[in-house]
Design a protein around this ligand. Structure first.
Ligand SMILES: NC(=O)c1ccc[n+]([C@@H]2O[C@H](COP(=O)([O-])OP(=O)(O)OC[C@H]3O[C@@H](n4cnc5c(N)ncnc54)[C@H](O)[C@@H]3O)[C@@H](O)[C@H]2O)c1
Length: 450
């Protein structure tokens, strides 16, 4: 039976390599669409958890996982033995940066080597990991063709970037349009036919390189716009204007403007990392990606900006960072998830510790946090704990936080996310990035009068 036919009658066997934030939701969604899916991950703990029907990815409740395991559509394993019988294989392995901030494509190479050793005619292989333009053609194609089979004729190869937004309940694997760029037209047609079975809208493009670059444009766009508003917040601090009011006002323009908001810095596996993949690739062409570099610099300095703000706020209350009791609220890099990869909270806590503060943190999604080799445990959020702090620092505004009651009990709040908007009655104890503060203004006025 041809692959086209197997895809249309859903008898194609699918393998998903890498069962993390990207691979697991995808594998479960494909199984729910009626395909038989095998998930492969090197991490025995993750596979053990899946076999015990326990999900470790917030977007996939264990009940959804259990349903596809029990109806026989999904199984997880640590070995690659079934790759030879798979009709479609998607690769969703990590693409981090090395210590020197260069792309680390070793996971892609390793997964490709596993695939090459099982490659047979008629298979469709799709890389989904975010990576620099050229990866599919320069790394996957030669490694797979070393088997003697030819891409586009004997087997099919495409790149389709994953766009999942962990914690986003509105946009999921199913209703987020999927870009697909195949090596040949037939590769693209087959990959489109596959994704159409479980994604509402599939967008074919002319090559894997276009699909790779489109993903990097999306994430570079975010990095640059976040850097712009982070710098705007610093400008507003200097000018005494409220950055949030400025952004809300600008956002009333019905065309040509999209609001972004300042924060304590970038986090996660994507926005701080992906633009560096593009900048790295361009270096080989003697091309300096200046916007990417500048945005990276501004965003990377935000934890220091937060710490300076905390010091300024404590100073206004006659205190120093040294010896201050501080509570960080939210350690994850964004609301409603437990992902701490690249989270600015780690840097903020480390910098405050270095300055002699006694820092605790609370995050319902992050039970423990490693800072400079030491493991901290999330503290229980009680009224007593909050009122005993010299300042509460809001780094991530999880929906579960009762901000009003936290602010009511706190002596001082440094809010890096505008989580306290609307709480005017407490404004004499709230300090924000990029917004005038009664506390700091009172001190300034005193200094000027003296
Ligand atoms: N997390 C996101 O929000 C997101 C969104 C879009 C795209 N992406 C991209 O998707 C890719 C995967 O990201 P993630 O967040 O799912 O990563 P992750 O670290 O959560 O998961 C990757 C999984 O792959 C496994 N793995 C590593 N090498 C393997 C191999 N050779 N064979 C089998 N399994 C292997 C790891 O054990 C891990 O469980 C990255 O390129 C990332 O940039 C991530």
């Amino acid at each position: 039976m041809t692959l086209e036919r197997k895809l249309s009658n859903r008898t194609a066997r699918v393998a998903v390599i890498g069962l993390g934030y990207v691979g697991l939701p995808q594998a479960v969604t494909i199984a729910e669409a009626g395909f038989q899916v095998t998930g492969i991950d090197l991490d025995p703990e993750r596979v053990g958890s899946l076999r015990a029907e326990r999900s470790y990815v917030g977007d996939i409740p264990s009940a959804r996982l259990r349903a596809v395991i029990r109806n026989g559509r999904f199984a997880a394993r640590t070995d690659f033995t079934m790759l030879g019988t798979a009709d479609v294989v998607t690769i969703c392995v990590p693409t981090p940066l090395s210590k020197t901030k260069d792309p680390d494509v070793s996971y892609i190479r390793a997964a490709t080597a596993q695939m090459a050793s099982a490659l047979r005619r008629g298979q469709l292989i799709v890389l989904e990991s975010t990576t620099y333009p050229g990866t599919t053609v320069e790394i996957l194609k030669p490694a797979l063709e070393a088997t003697g089979l030819t891409a586009g004729r004997d087997f099919f190869l495409a790149f389709s970037p994953e766009r999942i937004d962990p914690g986003n309940r509105r946009f999921t694997v199913r209703n987020t349009p999927k870009i697909v760029g195949g090596l040949t037209q037939r590769c693209t047609r087959l990959a489109v036919a596959f994704y159409r079975r479980f994604v509402e809208r599939v967008v074919p493009v002319s090559s894997p390189g276009t699909a790779e670059m489109a993903k990097l444009l999306e994430n570079t766009f975010r990095s640059i716009n976040i850097a712009l508003v982070n710098e705007l917040a610093m400008m507003c601090d200097v000018l005494g204007v409220d950055v949030y009011e400025v952004i809300e006002a600008a956002a009333t323009k019905p065309f040509g403007f999209m609001p972004f908001y300042p924060g304590p810095g970038l986090g996660g596996h994507c926005i701080p990392v992906d633009p560096e993949y593009l900048a790295w690739k361009l270096k080989a062409f003697d091309f300096t990606a200046r916007f990417i570099g500048l945005a990276g610099e501004i965003n990377a300095q935000m934890p220091q900006v937060v710490v300076a703000k905390v010091a300024e706020a404590l100073n206004a209350a006659g205190k120093s960072v040294n010896g201050a009791r501080l509570l960080v609220l939210g350690a994850a890099y964004k609301p409603n998830v437990g992902d701490v990869r690249e989270s600015p909270a780690v840097t903020v806590v480390a910098l405050l510790n270095q300055r002699g503060a006694r820092v605790g943190y609370h995050d319902p999604f992050v039970p423990t946090l490693r800072v400079n080799g030491t493991s901290l445990a999330s503290v229980r959020l009680t009224a007593r704990l909050i009122s005993a702090q010299d300042a509460v620092i809001i780094l991530t505004n999880h929906d579960t936080f009762d901000i009003r009651s936290i602010v009511a009990r706190a002596r001082m709040v440094v809010d890096t996310r505008n989580a306290t908007r609307g709480l005017m009655q407490f404004r004499d104890k709230i300090v924000k990035l990029g917004a005038p503060s009664l506390l700091l203004e009172a001190l300034r006025a005193k200094g000027e009068a003296a």
